[in-house]
Design a protein around this ligand. Structure first.
Ligand code: AMP
Ligand code: MG
Length: 306
């Protein structure tokens, strides 16, 4: 998954539990990776329209992913891979594609064309999938379950900034989770005090390049035009029970921008969020009002449910 991962677990049997977690991560990587030849995703991406048999975990994440694409009205789109490749985000060979090239590739972007039937999946010729926006969240949930099954009651899983906690701290107190300041990533934006939770951030500072025109191009693209999502947000943090849900939403809400993200939150209200705009404003939802502490000079506004 192209990132550093840290798991800290407390209790009896942790060595075995951590070994099992590591194996699980390697297994999931081996079936989800876009680059590993024998992975499920590789097979789908090279299927030329024919049906591919996939592992249960791939079927599960794919089913959930398609639902999240629908729920976010296509702000999340797992078929964006051809466009991501054209920008070079998949191979670190960055370039700014011509608008006509992007327009041509968008013909192959449409999550509703992905058909999953049990453990069989079919995508049209030329379509390619990528779980980059959701794999870490899904993996963090799987690892949390795995650790729990191995008797661990207290753990912090950090998959490249996707945080998932299990239980509370060993002494029964709450975890303190820091969220990065997108304008100064060596500083914290805020610290959240919480029990078992997922905290996932998407930010334009995480992966970007500078074009010859001096402009910054980042890795979260708007599927409606194939260009880096220019929604006025610089980071989105989603806090909720499921890592997959939070990961899918952090990416999708980044694409939507502040107004649509707030509208989406008011409609669903099964998560909390912290938005940071390019005008240096923080907007966060009322569910975390008591655990949110602003550590920056930016203004912070709480959003209520009505
Ligand atoms: P995240 O860091 O979770 O926001 O995921 C970003 C990654 O997801 C990118 O590096 C791309 O691989 C992929 N991606 C970018 N934009 C989208 C999008 N709108 N829908 C789905 N995946 C995307
Ligand atoms: Mg995400």
């Amino acid at each position: 998954m192209d990132t550093f991962m840290t798991i800290r677990a407390y209790g009896d049997n942790v060595d075995e539990a951590l070994k099992s977690a590591e194996e699980k991560i390697k297994y999931l990587e081996s079936i989800f990776s876009v680059t590993i030849d024998e992975s499920d995703i590789y097979k789908i991406n090279n299927s030329h329209g024919s049906t591919v048999e996939i592992f249960p975990e791939t079927a599960e994440i794919l089913g959930e992913a398609v639902k999240m694409c629908e729920k976010t009205d296509g702000a999340l789109d797992i078929t964006l891979y051809p466009v991501l490749s054209a920008w070079g985000f998949t191979a670190d060979e960055f370039r700014v594609p011509a608008s006509s090239e992007i327009a041509g590739l968008l013909e192959y972007v449409d999550y509703s064309e992905v058909s999953v039937d049990g453990q069989s999946v079919t995508v049209p010729e030329g379509f390619q999938l990528d779980f980059g926006a959701i794999a870490k969240g899904y993996t963090s949930d799987e690892i949390a379950d795995d650790l729990r099954e191995n008797g661990v009651k207290s753990a912090v899983i950090n998959l490249g900034g996707n945080i998932r906690t299990l239980g509370k701290k060993p002494d029964g107190s709450l975890w303190k989770i820091a969220v990065r300041d997108p304008f100064d990533t060596s500083n914290d934006l805020c610290v959240l005090e919480t029990g078992e939770i997922s905290v996932v951030t998407s930010g334009n500072y995480e992966r970007y390049f500078e074009g010859d025109d001096g402009q910054r191009y980042w890795h979260i693209l708007d599927p409606s035009d194939g260009f880096p999502a220019d929604s006025g947000l610089v980071s989105v943090t989603v806090i909720g029970e499921s890592g997959l849900y939070c990961d899918a939403l952090s990416t999708a809400l980044f694409v939507m921008g502040k107004d649509k993200a707030v509208e989406f939150w008011r409609k669903n209200q099964d998560f909390d969020m912290i938005l940071v705009t390019d005008l240096h404003e923080i907007i966060y939802t009322s569910g975390i009002e008591n655990s949110f502490e602003n550590l920056t000079e930016m203004s912070a506004e709480v959003i209520d449910s009505d």
